[in-house]
Design a protein. Structure first.
Length: 469
């Protein structure tokens, strides 16, 4: 591919960085390595574009609907490139593109409501809503397009402009998405910047940014919040999870095993709200382990572009090393791999789908977010013990309860310390619902009307009911 000359420096090539195909472990393309000094101009242009974008709600609605159409029209190219750089099976990439378009349509038709305050005074007081200005989104590599849309769709619908920075592991599909949207949106309403650190840190700290929305790890989230605090910018942080699935003693293991396995291993386990721990009644523990291990041993693992693949590679070498490290530590401490437990031979970042049993409750694979194709299954003796264990980490994004008696399962779900609890399924979200975590899983709310209002500020107008004589 061609590499443009650096702006203003004839004969000098612009900085670029490699992008690796996780199915091969080899570089297949490059992306612009934009420098922090370029952000001043990007943010200034976003602010200039904001004045026109915020002024016409009907034009925004039409543009966002057109953007959804444009994303769908480019779906095949976007999905293929997404699989190439992220690794997930092509069907999952198509689903991500579809979700991106659906989110644009949802927020295109969502408008804030003017609210009148009735407090007995002869004054008409109305709460109206105003956009914040240029906002920034910093997006991880597990769902680059879907998580980007979760940030830019409500921000743009609210009348803000956005500077979007994808992960350097997955910049290409996001750049393509930005190009697709540029055919529909006014210039500089959405700008995609790509580069390695400190680009993200500088974007979060930029004084022209009024809201920073970030998805990633708690340590990086804290750094983002600290950077944004310098200019008192608003922050929304989704910082991952360590979701527990609690199986009740009346659960039908055969009936739920496929759903439970899928909830843990979709996108190779690289989902913030995936099932990352299973707590099973002691009398059913062996049956649960065997059912999950049988699926782990038979699931088709391979390159995402292979139509037979159901589980792709881990996205990048550092994350593969992390998955290997927590698994090896658990095994060294006495755990047993009922399936997997090791890297797969051959090229690429593949790790065998792993079901662990006899795991120590204080093992890192239990207490931390492993974010890979590894699932510990732990027995419990009584339900209080299981609930305490499910709530016993610093995370609180989601959780689920599985059983035949739905009323009983719902009562247990009420006891989980998390933002979303599911019964007999997991990690299924509606565009209309709020999405938020507790504890170290985040700050602020995304999704639904809450996502829209998170990108607005209230503006109150008072006027007398009648003019005094």
């Amino acid at each position: 591919m061609s590499t443009p000359e650096a702006a203003g420096v004839p004969g000098r090539r612009a900085a670029r960085f490699p992008v690796v195909d996780p199915a091969t472990g080899e570089t297949f393309d490059e992306a612009p390595d934009q420098q922090p000094g370029e952000l001043d101009d990007v943010v200034a242009r976003a602010r200039r574009a904001w004045h026109g974008w915020r002024a016409d709600p009907d034009a925004r609605t039409a543009a966002l609907r057109g953007a959804a159409d444009a994303v769908e029209a480019a779906g095949a190219d976007l999905a293929r490139l997404l699989t190439r750089e992220q690794g997930k099976p092509l069907a999952e990439s198509y689903a991500e593109v579809t979700r991106t378009a659906a989110r644009l349509r949802y927020f295109a038709d969502l408008t804030p409501r003017i609210r009148r305050i009735a407090d007995g005074r002869p004054v008409r007081s109305e709460i109206r809503w105003r956009p914040l200005g240029p906002v920034a989104a910093i997006v991880p590599w597990n769902f680059p397009l879907q998580l980007a849309a979760a940030k830019f769709a409500p921000a743009l619908a609210a009348g803000n402009t956005m500077v979007l920075k994808p992960s350097p592991f997955t910049p290409l599909a996001t750049r393509m998405l930005g190009s697709v949207l540029a055919t529909v949106l006014p210039e500089d309403v959405l700008t995609v910047v790509t580069g390695r650190e400190p680009l993200g840190a500088r974007l979060a700290a930029h004084p022209g940014i009024r809201h920073v929305t970030f998805t990633g790890s708690p340590p990086t989230g804290r750094a983002v919040a600290g950077a944004a605090a310098a200019s008192l910018a608003r922050v929304t942080l989704e910082l991952g999870g360590n979701d527990a699935a609690v199986l009740l003693d009346d659960v039908d293991v055969d009936r739920i095993a496929d759903r439970l396995f899928r909830a843990a291993f979709r996108n190779c386990g690289q989902v913030c709200m995936a099932v990352k721990r299973v707590y099973a009644p002691a009398r059913l523990h062996t049956e649960v382990v065997e059912a999950l291990a049988q699926r782990a041993k038979t699931v088709a693992v391979g390159p995402g572009l292979d139509p037979d693949t159901r589980l792709g590679p881990v996205n990048n070498a550092p994350q593969l090393a992390r998955v290997e490290q927590v698994t090896e530590q658990a095994l060294a401490d006495g755990a047993r791999a009922a399936s997997g437990g090791h890297r797969l031979d051959g090229p690429g970042y593949f790790f065998a789908p792993t079901i662990l049993t006899d795991v120590r409750p204080d093992s890192a694979v239990v207490t931390e977010e492993q974010f890979g194709p590894v699932l510990p299954v732990l027995p419990y003796r009584n339900l209080d013990e299981a609930v305490d264990a499910a709530n016993g980490t610093r995370f609180g994004l989601g959780g689920s309860v599985w059983g035949t008696d739905l009323d009983r399962a719902e009562a247990v779900a009420e006891r989980l310390e998390c933002g979303t609890a599911w019964i007999n399924h997991h990690a299924e979200l509606s565009l209309a619902q709020p999405f938020a975590g507790v504890k170290d899983s985040g700050v602020g709310v995304a999704g639904g009307p809450w996502g829209l209002y998170g990108n607005l500020r209230p503006f109150v107008v008072h006027r007398p009911e009648e003019e005094a004589p």
